[in-house]
Design a protein around this ligand. Sequence first.
Ligand SMILES: [Zn+2]
Length: 81
Amino acid sequence: MMDRQTSPENKSEDKSENNEKIISDTKECPYCAETIKVKAKICRFCNRVLAPDISSQKEQEETKLKLIATMEREVGQIANV
Ligand SMILES: [Zn+2]
């Protein structure tokens, strides 16, 4: 236990790993620009209610569908050739 606490190298490594995880799981609050979780509905820094990200989710699904459509078209073209 003592060895772990006195080793600074391990600590810094853990920190960088955590940072990467936090970046992928967080976003910036549009009101106070603090880093908050993507799933957060209320900013814990300014207590403002955040609008749910439904529109972007819809967009993502639409782009996915478009991608599938273009892929199917390409596959059809290849089959025709
Ligand atoms: Zn905020």
